[in-house]
Design a protein around this ligand. Structure first.
Ligand code: MN
Length: 327
């Protein structure tokens, strides 16, 4: 747990919210549970306060998130682009590019930046950035507890719990710390439905998704004496199983479950000649450094990047990078 408490930043954030009426709450492209949960928690509070508020994050959003409290405020891209607002709150986004510029740097607009990526570029007028926090939802929870604990409704608690649950891989990843567990426990007291959320967001899969997983596991290859593994999702696999790319969310973690494997890459064909790469590191090897070399980013143990090439040469590039990391 970080020593930084952000008390000054939290009052500045509240003062900005008090001064403004229309708020765009945004997050990173292809938002995950932490991003969505943090967005919806803040949006619910703003709505309760009588603000005009919409949530938008670019890319693909899993249908599962549409059932969450706060989802009614989720907007389509067009609505978000034309939404007249005087304040932007960006969550879980290390830079404005990750929001496709729905958040812009402080020189351009009033923007609050809440994030736990160590690579955060501090683009906000208020920056609540703690690279040691397990999830952005941890920081949003600290904000609520600092300025408005009575606004943590059961709906807000569900969203923040989901953020921590998903960013810790169901409380299994290396980022699990006493604060994440303490907050999760407090959120249950605030009404978070721990079992239902774990069941729905961690455990349950559709039939078609499991069939896709079968094909993806079949593509598993080991490199560097079994210390590195790769898997891939091709458009042909998606076609065969009637799935889309977002159904392969989290598949990279199956590779990380392998005995002796230290580094894993999942390659996903996003378009002809374009491959999205998800990287995982089981130990201290920093995959965010590798991702950054190709314009991507992330955390030491989880990062991502996009390569403008085909699957075979994407694999070659990353396996070379893995060889360097393992030394
Ligand atoms: Mn996160």
């Amino acid at each position: 747990m970080s020593a930084e408490r952000f008390e000054t930043e939290f009052s500045e954030m509240m003062a900005l919210i008090d001064r403004h009426q229309s708020v765009l709450v945004t997050g990173h492209i292809d938002p995950d549970g932490d991003c969505i949960g943090s967005m919806f928690a803040i949006a619910q509070m703003l709505e309760e306060m009588g603000k005009k508020v919409i949530c938008y994050a670019p890319g693909e959003i899993s249908d599962l998130f549409l059932k969450l409290p706060g989802a009614s405020m989720l907007a389509e891209r067009e609505e978000a682009s034309s939404f007249e607002h005087d304040l932007v709150i960006a969550v879980d986004s290390p830079n404005t590019a990750r929001t496709e510029n729905f958040a812009r740097p402080c020189e351009n607009e009033d923007v609050i930046n809440i994030d736990h990526h160590p690579t955060n570029e501090m683009y906000g007028c208020v920056n609540i950035v703690d690279g040691a926090a397990a999830a952005a939802a941890v920081l949003v929870y600290r904000f609520f507890m600092s300025v408005a604990p009575d606004r943590i409704t059961a709906g807000v608690a569900d969203c923040l719990y989901l953020g921590i649950l998903m960013d810790t891989g169901g409380f299994r990843f290396q980022n699990v710390d006493s604060e994440a567990l303490r907050i999760a426990s407090e959120l249950i007291d605030f009404g978070a439905r721990a079992y239902e959320l774990a069941h729905e967001y961690i455990y349950v899969e559709k039939f078609t998704t499991l069939r896709l997983l079968g094909l993806v596991l079949d593509s598993l290859r080991l490199y560097l004496d079994g210390r590195a593994a790769t898997m891939e999702v091709t458009s042909e696999m998606l076609e065969r199983t009637g799935t889309t790319l977002k159904d392969s969310e989290g598949f990279v973690d199956y590779g990380a479950a392998l005995d002796d494997v230290e580094l894993v890459a999942l390659f996903r064909e996003t378009a002809p000649g374009e491959v999205r790469v998800s990287l995982r590191s089981r130990n201290h090897h920093d995959v965010s450094a590798l991702a950054e070399r190709f314009g991507g980013g992330g955390h030491v143990r989880a990062a991502g990047l996009t390569l403008k090439t085909d699957l075979a040469s994407a694999r070659e590039t990353i396996v070379d990078g893995f060889a360097e990391l393992l030394g």
